[in-house]
Design a protein around this ligand. Sequence first.
Ligand code: ARG
Length: 460
Amino acid sequence: MKLWGGRFSGQTNEAANAFHSSITFDRRLYRQDITGSIAHAEMLGRQNIIPQSDADSIVTALKEILADIESGRLVIDTNSEDIHSFVETELISRIGNAGRQLHTGRSRNDQVALDMRMYVIEETDTIKSLIADVMKTLLSKAKEHTKTVMPGFTHLQKAQPITLAHHMMAYFHMFRRDYVRLCNCRDGADQMPLGSGALASTTYPIDREFVRERLGFAGITENSLDAVSDRDFCIEFVSCLSIVMTHLSRFCEELILWCSEDFGFAEMSDSYSTGSSIMPQKKNPDMAELIRGKTGRVYGSLMALLSMMKSLPLAYNKDMQEDKEAVFDAADTAKACLSVFCGMIDSVTFRRDAMRQSASGGYTNATDAADWLVKKGLPFRDAHEIVGRLVVYAIEQDKALDRLTIEEFRSISDVFDQSIYEAISVETCVNSRNIVGGPAENAVLESIQKGERFLQDENC
Ligand code: ARG
């Protein structure tokens, strides 16, 4: 049944009908749609806009429709135009004339805005808890590896020694920001738009506050034109997810590198690796690569949403129906990536020896040698120059700095003495950076504790 047949005498072209229908993808909003309609019907009855007995039978029938869809007894008919038409048609077929009053004081424009807000709020909660799972896994990995020295990189060149715990906590902080961003996004979506009508609200004495309360929204939208033409909450949601994907993708990229034979820092478990159909020796980090690849897909959804909205005159335009597939796909993709990532990172084996050995190469302690000279009274610029020469010499000799004899040190600068060796051991390099935000074991342990407190405070 069409909801708008009265004005028309001709039939819709078949291709046009298939083209504008959204039921194949908005069917997943059935629960939000029915829940919103129940609250609306209850309000219509209470306000005497429709007879209370009709409101009661609408509510009962809607609850039955919901249960029937959920149990599979009622199959969503893909010949309907959209989920709103389907539910209303089904209602009318079940209870007749009483059902024909449900749409009083409402438009599909405020209805779809409501459904999408409810969907985004629910998905935000689910994704927040998936992020919290990742954060917990990172904390437990960090706890295991506060003494696991590894090289830190800049430009993908070895830079200074850090620990694997410090590296894990760097990602913990990225996901912590993602979590907070999603909380803010949720607050933005938490405004109830029903009552906005098609664009100019309604003449009926509706009670928006009652509907808000029934649906558990924090507030109600304050401008009917804005409320039906606003998809900021979708854009915010998908942009939060895009940043989550950026973080996942960077971590995956590092894991892929670390699992390569040349790095040898880590090994994926068999349960998160795949093989090659031709090369028997291969063990490929496909999951990490796929997460990295799927990042582009979420960015694509964000671009689709932004471009869709950029030139729309107020208020609702059918362009906006395109919000759904972008939002759904971004949410599905991010959820799948987060849960696979969590299992994958939990089951990775880290090769402490390879990391330790790599950290000792590449002159990662050169800064510390310069800092040692500064503590002996040299200006940093001079110290930098001296250690630069020392490194050139050591490269010529094919030796690490701590393998040079004290005579060799002193041939570059007579300020050097025996205590330089202790000062440039990788353990000293890490543990003397014992300030808030630093890689020293104590600093990282404190950071881990703070992280645990954050998750506790959030009830994760
Ligand atoms: N299927 C539509 C959408 O998703 C519902 C709103 C339709 N409103 C309208 N005026 N045609 O946007």
